[in-house]
Write a protein of this length. Structure first.
Length: 156
């Protein structure tokens, strides 16, 4: 039996950054019934700085994947701040991952795996893996390397 998500975070020795604050006119997460919609998050680190740069230029594939994983930690911080506990999540439904990359970079899915593998580690191979899109873009706010938004189903 897999541990509950809050316990998994401790078992994996994960450190969540401070829950990010909105940088414009929006909410970081909105709950509608048993669905939690999480706004686009960047790769926020513990020191409140972001991982920046284009994948395929300033960052390689592994550094991009690490940035996507860091976005996952920021999203976990937001979910925990909004719900009080990650244990209230029953599953990840949908992920949209955006990679700030060069025109010739073609490995966006592998970059977003940094996020997806973290969610599987925390929520389990079934509940932590949902539908997903991984898209390359020529620019993201503040030159962040990766932006991810997602939708979670919550336990009643």
């Amino acid at each position: 039996m897999t541990s509950k998500p809050d316990t998994r975070v401790q078992e994996l020795h994960l450190t969540l950054p401070p829950a990010p604050k909105p940088v414009a006119k929006y909410k970081t997460a909105v709950r509608v019934g048993n669905i939690l919609y999480v706004s686009g998050h960047g790769p926020l680190k513990e020191d409140k700085t972001q991982i920046t740069g284009k994948v395929g230029k300033e960052l390689n594939l592994e550094q991009g994947k690490a940035a996507a994983r860091q976005v996952g930690l920021a999203i976990l911080a937001t979910v925990k701040a909004n719900l009080g506990s990650l244990d209230k999540v029953s599953r990840l439904i949908k992920t949209l991952g955006l990679v700030n990359c060069t025109d010739d970079f073609k490995d966006q899915p592998q970059v977003i795996n940094g996020f997806s593998e973290l969610m599987a580690d925390v929520f389990g191979e079934d509940a932590g893996v949902g539908a997903r899109s991984a898209i390359g873009t020529n620019s993201l706010p503040g030159n962040i390397s990766v932006e991810i938004e997602c939708i979670f189903e919550l336990a009643e």
